[in-house]
Design a protein around this ligand. Sequence first.
Ligand SMILES: Cc1ncc(COP(=O)(O)O)c(C=O)c1O
Length: 395
Amino acid sequence: MSGTPSIDGGHPIRDEVLGYGGQDITEREKEAVVEALDGDYITRGPTVEAFEEEVAAYVGADHAIAVTSGTAALHLLGEALFEDGDEVITTPLTFVSTANAACYAGAKPVFADVKRDTRNLDPDNVREKVTEDTAGIIPVHYAGQPCDISEILAIADEHDLRVIWDACHAIGSEWNKEKVGGQKDAAIFSFHPVKTVTTGEGGMVVTNDDDLAEKVRSLRSFRMDYSPEGYDNEPWYQVTEGVGYNYNFSDILASIGRVQLDRIGEFKRRRSEIFDRYQDTFADVEGLITPFVKDTVDPVWHLYAIEIDEEKFGCSRKEFVNSMHAENIGVQVHYVPLNHHPYFQEEFGYDEGDFPIVEEIYEGIVSLPLFPAMSEDDVEDVIQAVKRLHEHKRD
Ligand SMILES: Cc1ncc(COP(=O)(O)O)c(C=O)c1O
């Protein structure tokens, strides 16, 4: 379908709004929830434990600790690994929670620029940001494409830094045939509805470090010692060892997670099909910069993020977004760089323009709808909406 874009007076490509991401829930998840509700525990019980074991086995980590969100997972790891006065290097092209992992612990988030092609942290720039106060690095596997893991680990080894891999976009993604999640020191996942595996809200810490796992488990549940030594005959006796949190996950949500994890192969295939269809279609559209994919990775794609070259495409990113919305197609920008946010500017002195590559990417970036529940017609609607706008602007 070509013709006049809806924003300029044409009929919208769709009557119903298509979101940019969303869950895929079947009868299996619904039955699992009913079964969980009939169980003895609807808070953290055996289903949470089973889900943790399955995630740990799937990503190749010794421990998995389920929590209430990806943000909670970052909070607990930040608190476990960093302290007041530390510096923690991360990307500005992420959601606020990534950098907040440092802030929660009183540490300073130090932003480094990203690589122009993958949009992941640039190891050379990370190296330049290391000071004597640097305690860690928090890389993000942007859109599902793993970072240069070995290069980042080499920097961490060289300077004795702790690494938290923000893998919220990347459950199931592989780097050099290895799943993300098992690398040192720890990784975190999010189970928000736009993510590949969802439980509505939820998150997970995974690690091979026994001490770190114990610390995170304790922080998750009030830092309570439930069986202090010497109190065997006083079963009620439980005492706190410090200020902890209640980030306990529930058996109800874990029951959804177990089914979703079992379906991850199906999700990966469908996400890849849509991703490839977009890649084939948009490769030749002038003014659209399509995602670059490294040959050492096998991602489970979370986002399909293109960049609009205003001059060549014929309109700005702003006009593109508003035009897609007028066609009832949900698109989103990942992300407003963190150095643009008032909090990071006022608290840490960052400013717009501090990171030239991030700035260049932010200028044109926009994510098109990509989620397994999309039908072929939905995908076609997105393609037609983009083509219609492009043709109209080039007339
Ligand atoms: C890169 C990244 N980090 C952290 C988070 C926070 O995860 P959650 O929404 O589960 O708290 C998100 C989710 O939006 C994310 O995309």
